[in-house]
Design a protein around this ligand. Sequence first.
Ligand SMILES: Nc1ncnc2c1ncn2[C@@H]1O[C@H](COP(=O)(O)OP(=O)(O)OP(=O)(O)O)[C@@H](O)[C@H]1O
Ligand SMILES: [Mg+2]
Length: 315
Amino acid sequence: MIIVLGDLLADLSLRIEAFPVQAGGMQRVSYFELGPGGAANTGIAAARLGLSVGHLGEIGDDRAGRWIVEDLKAEGVDVSEVIMAPRATTAVAGVIVDASGEPAYLGYPGRQYLPSLPDAWATRIQKAEALFADGWIDHTRQADLILEGLQIARKASVPAFFDPGPGNPALDNGWQSEACRRATVVLATEDEAQRISGRSDPMESAHALLALGPELVVIKRGVAGCFLVRKDEVYLAGGYPVEARDTTGAGDSLDAAVIDGFLRRLSLESMGALANAVGAAKVQKLGTGRNVPTRDEVRAVLQRFGVTDTGLLRD
Ligand SMILES: Nc1ncnc2c1ncn2[C@@H]1O[C@H](COP(=O)(O)OP(=O)(O)OP(=O)(O)O)[C@@H](O)[C@H]1O
Ligand SMILES: [Mg+2]
């Protein structure tokens, strides 16, 4: 089972006519959805690619928490170790997009109290096929949980995937370098790789991340696709030009493809093609969570762009 650790929150997604949203203004909303977002996007995308997935996280006993659990269950994601704590409240992200497809985020951190990684979670990580965590935290305590989870995976030789994401501007994101050190695979955008490595050149920053210890670094480049770097090997995977309606969650979805490809030991070329097809399938759709791409939608992108390798997707 692939274990997703942390960043368990609900997305409230809205598509508006145009930014800015102003006091006194009135806009028509053409899309509205409530459901899991954040790291759950990766979990759902992975489940849809055919992987068995479980999510470990803390939510409140509230409506947002119930939406998350219900939707994850419907996707076949194991939520048996999700902690619904009586005093906690579920984090919610408002995600607003206009016709440009680039989101504006409004973060409600909620309240979570977990002081350390529960034993039951540690056991799940030790037995996992892979661990996935991202770098979004609302409280510094959550960074310690992620670092602990990555350490447990490392000790148990469970491949660990870490996506730093943009980082929380309100907090110190220095812990992410240590997370990259403990991970087997690091997945970041060019900006994120630059931020962590301190190098301005994308290829140099990817190599600097690799020097921290992971086996593979994947750099996400929006419409340009991604590149994959491991020792003595670099592969540039060109993106698939599609109509981008909403890029939210494209990186999270791509992460799932890389987990899938890495576990099946696909070549960097195949992994890159699958990853970009999942990203391109996502950006054509509005929303996150249950609106990440299906396997058929990924297959349609591969077919449209003439990728004939039938082994890219699991049967
Ligand atoms: N406009 C686009 N057209 C086609 N593919 C795209 C487009 N934007 C993104 N992608 C695909 O999705 C992948 C991830 O997108 P991006 O580089 O924006 O990551 P990200 O910023 O981490 O996304 P997020 O954090 O919102 O999930 C890209 O590597 C590419 O494969
Ligand atoms: Mg991202």
